[in-house]
Design a protein around this ligand. Structure first.
Ligand code: ACM
Ligand code: ZN
Length: 516
């Protein structure tokens, strides 16, 4: 153990004696000036130091003093890997590419006194960085947080702040859940009614008494310009935004806007209560696929992510059972039942996405009725779906409710907590997250790309509450996905968090206090 607390814990850290002190004369040297500026921008507000960025000249490497150097290296194969060498005379960050440098910068920010995270100048702090040699890389390539903006939405400014906090913990994937029964939240130029009609609901359930409505119309959406702004902001911080457009279920908001896309064809209302709606896209109507392709055309133009999430969860089949068009499709395609019809539906979307170089991700229900050939499965109803998919040779992202549902209560005594969805996930339980269950054959374990925490927002009406539910559990998840510790002492985690959490105060990030 050392006197240093970092989240996530680096793979290798050697404490050396002494410290580097950042002062008004410290200079930054970087081959990539934009990266150098990024680091300077992290360090300037609290210190007030100029921290000029200079081109990196090979001559300086060995003998620059009072300097921070960003040095590219070809030695690190993983693009996210980095090395950090802090000596009294200089600090050297080494990485093979941008994402590695970004991770090194976050480590450096955590090594400095907590006040470095303030966005206002703080006088009287000695800006020391303890001497260390760190060699670090992630255990998993998919380290995500998900945010549902269908049930409640949050301002663009908060989404950016959330992305900043994610970057601080070396998350690299923001899964943005954009469409729901209760609201469609992304502007689609070709279908303006999706946001004119589909982004509004008559009222919302009252958190403490969800059987009753609050009588207040609720709505909003992100424009395409805002989506682009968020994607660019995230990319600059090493985070990929994976959009989710739900199909065939969780689509009542879209059906309300364009009723001809549902089996019944009329009488839809954006859902004003929580829960799953039985009205879903009609699988027998070719216009549904034209609509979805048009929507995805615009989505692909906004989101460069290779992975595109199509939902696929919780699609009740009763409308399909009663619909002549859906039944005709089952016959025409030689399908056995409605589960196979869902599979067929998803295969249509998958082949369209694959032709455009994108990769389909769906919740584990996409296993029912047969998995689309190249699909990646997000295992949420426990780990079994992920185990089955990985053993069948499919890629998997682990997000089981057991460890990853950050909308669940954080304490068994619900009376002590703000209203949440009726389940419990303590920090201690999140810390037990099994990313690679032993039921997965050794030669199939590489199919586990990683995992993520999910934030469903039925009971999360505002940004403060998103942060309260996310932290500190998401910090534990970040630690597991980056460092993948085999031995996990909960007491040691709590001790580290006690040391670390004041940093969130410095950043103005809300979180749940640790239990005494
Ligand atoms: C889910 O929680 N319905 C994926
Ligand atoms: Zn139908």
């Amino acid at each position: 153990m050392t006197d240093i607390t970092l989240f996530p814990q680096p793979q290798q850290l050697e404490r050396q004696t002494g410290a580097f002190t950042l002062n008004a004369h410290t200079r930054l040297f970087a081959a990539d000036g934009a990266l150098g500026e990024m680091l300077a921008n992290y360090l300037r507000p609290a210190t007030g130091f100029g921290l000029p960025v200079h081109p990196l000249d090979e001559d300086i490497l060995g003998d620059a003093t009072n300097a921070i150097l960003l040095v590219s290296t070809a030695d690190l194969i993983d693009a996210e890997a980095y090395k950090l060498d802090v000596r009294p005379e200089r600090v050297t960050l080494r990485a093979g590419g941008r994402s590695g440098f970004l991770h090194a910068m976050q480590t450096l920010r955590q090594l400095l006194p907590a006040q470095i995270l303030s966005d206002e100048r703080i006088e009287g702090v000695e800006w020391t960085i303890p001497c260390v040699i760190i060699s670090d890389w992630p255990a998993f390539g998919w380290r995500g947080l998900h945010l549902d903006v269908g049930r409640h939405m949050f301002p663009v400014g908060f989404i950016k702040k959330f992305i900043d906090t994610m970057a601080f913990y070396k998350f690299n994937t923001f899964h943005w859940h954009l469409t729901e029964d209760q609201g469609w939240r992304l502007e689609i130029k070709k279908y303006p009614r999706l946001t004119e009609i589909g982004a509004q609901r008559a009222e919302s359930p009252i958190p403490a008494d969800p059987k009753r409505g609050d009588g207040k119309p609720y709505g909003g959406f992100y424009t395409q310009d805002e989506a682009r702004e968020i994607v660019a902001y995230a990319a600059e911080r090493g985070i990929t935004v994976v959009p989710e457009i739900e199909l065939p279920g969780h689509s009542l908001a879209a059906l309300t806007a364009y009723p001809e896309l549902g089996c019944a064809g009329s009488d839809y209302q954006v859902r004003a209560s929580w829960g799953i709606d039985s009205n879903i896209y009609c699988a027998g109507n070719d216009a549904v696929f034209e609509f979805l392709q048009d929507v995805f055309e615009e989505v692909l133009a906004l989101f460069p992510s290779t992975y595109i999430h199509i939902g696929g969860d919780e699609a009740p089949k009763e409308r399909w059972r009663a619909c002549p068009k859906c039944q005709a499709r089952i016959k025409a395609e030689g399908l056995a039942d409605e589960d196979e019809l869902q599979s067929w539906f998803i295969r249509q979307i998958e082949s369209w996405l694959n032709e455009r170089g994108r990769h389909l991700v769906g919740w584990d229900e996409i296993l029912e009725g047969g998995l689309a050939p190249n699909a990646t499965v997000m295992s949420w109803r426990g780990s079994d779906g992920g185990i089955a998919a990985a053993n069948a040779g499919h890629d998997v992202i682990m997000t089981p409710t057991t460890y990853c549902y950050l909308d669940y209560y954080q304490h068994e005594d619900w009376t002590r907590e703000p209203p949440a969805i009726a389940n419990t996930l303590t920090l201690e339980q999140a810390w037990q997250f099994v990313v690679v269950p032993e039921e997965i054959a050794p030669d199939k374990q590489h199919h586990i790309l990683g995992g993520q925490g999910n934030i469903w927002t039925e009971y999360i009406p505002n940004a403060d509450q998103v942060e309260y539910m996310a932290f500190p559990r998401a910090i534990a998840i970040a630690d597991i996905l980056w460092n993948h510790p085999k031995e996990r002492s909960y007491d040691a985690l709590v001790e580290r968090l006690r040391e670390h959490l004041p940093r969130l105060d410095m950043m103005g990030v809300n979180y749940r206090q640790l239990d005494e």
